[in-house]
Design a protein around this ligand. Structure first.
Ligand code: SF4
Length: 651
């Protein structure tokens, strides 16, 4: 396999022949060879590959060769963007490059992405959909679509959750569509003959969770190896998937579905009462003055008894409703009988989850609440999350799959993979760190001032920060990307600059992220201000982006229950939460933010980290040591000079 890889990726190989401007990259070959080696020797591998290594090609090449020899490989990503890039760009290119070596790649998505034809039939019988133009469009689309994938819809169908495939309502072999027509099972059958399965971390871990309960049950077909791209997200995704989540809409949703059925006779008062208890249970959480908090914080305010009473009453009422459904007369009406069975499954699952979230003994898990705001509504999630996924993954993943490759541009800290290994329980794995082939010494300048003082919530600090950001965006003629660690500081700076700078300021949240990026790309006189998701995955090439400004070191929010629970667990085991968790976590995030600047060998620019702690704190140097090696300065005149030298003036 190594020889084939060298031939495929050689400077005069098939890749070079098909990609004008293809450059031989030693780092790319090294990564591809290390992965091939790991496959052959059935080992796990951690690979950090800096920007520009070309890591998708570096892992797809050995993955395809290995799969052709009879070992199916899963490629799992975190973001839809990367998944789309793999399917529309990288895999089609690999097909051309591989020539006669044919391979089959299938995208596997979760059930909820697919239209359920049985649910569609049921919806047709619901009076509220009669003459609904959107429902008519949905029916037309269902007739024409080959995949039934919600991603194909060019309009929003608000009740998608009523018509998508759902494990509680799916009749599997008993469904008349199961054979060849069901979109979801057609995708699964297609996957059974695939060489490469493309999926996301969340579906991968859902499959793993099923296999843990019963090794014969699975969503994905069996595979020999897994490649996790964007592997720095694995801990968070695994925590979510192996935990439980119950939102304020769950009960309302099933009650509304039952209400719409004219052939089910449940007293409306019974349904009203269940909704009232549900509202009252969630009221206690929504009225608590924090966005994220442990149940215990709320319980300490004296509400424990009331909450548990409401939870227990809700469970009883759900049980009662379940019994009433069982008593419905569905004799001679198989469709109704089937509906009732589905609703009873949903209610049974809800009951069990509520019981687990409020009453079950679950050592190693913590209970917390998160309120997520979106437009005019917000969702309140009650969650039970494992503190440490390392123990879960040790047997189920590292001990069960022949070869697991974890890769990302940001996986290591202080030159080692110690942090990620500890967090994921990945003790046995080979390692490889590949730097970027770009020349950061000449392409980038790092600016870290030492005269701003330590970050604080004082208005005077926001004044000073905004003034410095103003100098930077003016020096870069607006071609700036501003990354913040909080919406609060983003808004403080926005309010101070919006009428002061001769550039348009775009803020995350004003419109969709895609739209923001499009406007930023197309309008030269625009700066983009973002938090969270903008720290990674944004690929802005060329002079449009000349300056990345980071407001401060991206330590996790200290108040977040996830952060607190993990830190507490580390301390309990004799570790140091700041050294073992907070610093490495922030280092990875800072590297991601830095990585937004240089995307090609022709890009140039400045990364400004406006946090004096890099100079004053003992850990500051550690942050710098693991950023790409480039010249650094504390002086603004050098920044202005660098930007003047490296950029042609905008017209
Ligand atoms: S098999 Fe399941 S998902 Fe498919 S159409 Fe039937 S009920 Fe829906």
């Amino acid at each position: 396999m190594l020889q084939e890889i060298r031939e495929i990726l050689a400077s005069d190989g098939p890749f070079a022949a098909r990609c004008p401007g293809y450059e031989y990259r030693a780092e790319q070959i090294a990564m591809a060879e290390a992965i091939a080696d790991a496959f052959v020797h059935k080992e796990h591998l951690l690979v950090e590959a800096g920007t520009g290594v070309g890591k998708t090609v570096a892992y797809l090449t050995p993955a395809i060769l290995y799969a052709q020899a009879g070992s199916r490989v899963v490629v799992s990503t975190h973001t839809i963007n990367l998944q789309a890039q793999l399917l529309t760009k990288d895999i089609p290119l690999m097909r051309e490059v591989m020539g006669k070596r044919k391979f089959k790649a299938v995208l596997m998505k979760g059930r909820a992405n697919f239209l359920c034809l049985q649910e569609l039939d049921h919806a047709k019988a619901i009076i509220t959909y009669h003459h609904d133009p959107l429902f008519e469009k949905l029916k037309d689309w269902a007739k024409a679509s080959k995949r039934g994938d919600v991603g194909e819809l060019d309009f929003a169908f608000p009740d998608w959750s009523e018509v998508c495939s759902n494990q509680d309502t799916c009749r599997r072999q008993e469904c008349p569509y199961y054979g060849d027509r069901c979109f979801y099972y057609r995708m699964r059958r297609d996957a059974e003959t695939a060489d490469i399965l493309v999926t996301n971390h969340s579906l991968f871990f859902s499959d793993l969770a099923l296999r843990m309960v019963d090794p014969k049950t699975s969503i994905l077909p069996d595979y020999s190896a897994v490649i996790f791209d964007e592997a720095h997200h694995l801990e968070d995704i695994a925590s979510g998937t192996f935990g439980l989540e119950f939102s304020n809409y769950r009960v309302t949703s099933i009650i509304n579905r039952i209400r719409k059925r004219k052939d089910i006779t449940i007293e409306p008062g019974v349904l009203d009462y269940i909704q009232r208890i549900n509202a009252s249970l969630f009221d206690s959480f929504t009225s608590f003055g924090k966005q994220e908090f442990f149940f215990d914080e709320l319980y300490r305010s004296g509400l424990k008894q009331l909450i548990e009473q409401n939870a227990s009453q809700l469970i009883d009422q759900i049980d009662g409703l379940n019994t009433q459904l069982l008593d419905q007369d569905a004799e001679g009406d198989p469709v109704l009988k089937d509906r009732i069975t589905s609703y009873r499954h949903i209610l049974g699952r809800m009951r069990d989850e509520l019981n687990d979230i409020f009453f079950a003994e679950q050592p190693g898990f913590f209970r917390w609440c998160e309120k997520v705001f979106g437009g005019r509504y917000f969702t309140c999630y009650l969650r039970m999350t494992p503190t440490n996924v390392a123990d879960i993954l040790r047997d189920s993943l590292w001990g069960s799959v022949d070869s697991v490759i974890c890769t990302s541009a940001t996986l290591s800290n202080s030159g080692t993979f110690g942090y990620i290994r500890r967090r994921l329980g990945m003790e046995q794995a080979e390692e490889l760190i590949l730097g970027s082939p770009f020349d950061f010494q000449s392409q980038a300048l790092l600016y870290v001032p030492d005269d701003l003082g330590e970050p604080s919530n004082e208005p005077s600090y926001a004044d000073a920060l905004a003034a410095r950001i103003r100098e930077l965006v003016e020096a870069s003629e607006g071609r700036s990307f501003l990354l913040f660690t909080s919406y609060r500081m983003l808004n403080e700076v926005f309010n101070r600059l919006v009428d002061e700078v001769p550039f348009r300021l775009l803020r995350q949240g004003e419109m969709s992220n895609e739209r923001l990026l499009k406007e930023f790309r197309e309008d030269e006189q625009t700066c983009l201000m973002g938090v969270h998701s903008f720290w990674e995955g944004v690929d802005m090439k060329g002079e449009r982006l000349s300056c990345v400004i980071i407001d401060k070191l991206p330590f996790a929010v200290p108040d977040s229950p996830v952060h607190k629970a993990r830190c507490k667990a580390i301390e309990r085991e004799g570790g140091n939460w700041f050294r073992d968790y907070a610093i490495p976590n922030a280092q990875i995030r800072l590297k991601q933010g830095f990585g937004r600047l240089i995307r090609t060998k022709n890009d140039c620019g400045v990364v400004a980290i406006l946090d004096s702690r890099i100079h004053t704190k003992y850990y500051g140097r550690e942050f710098l040591r693991h950023l790409p090696h480039c010249k650094a300065t504390k002086r603004m005149d050098r920044v202005i000079d660098f930007l003047g030298r490296t950029h042609s003036p905008s017209s």
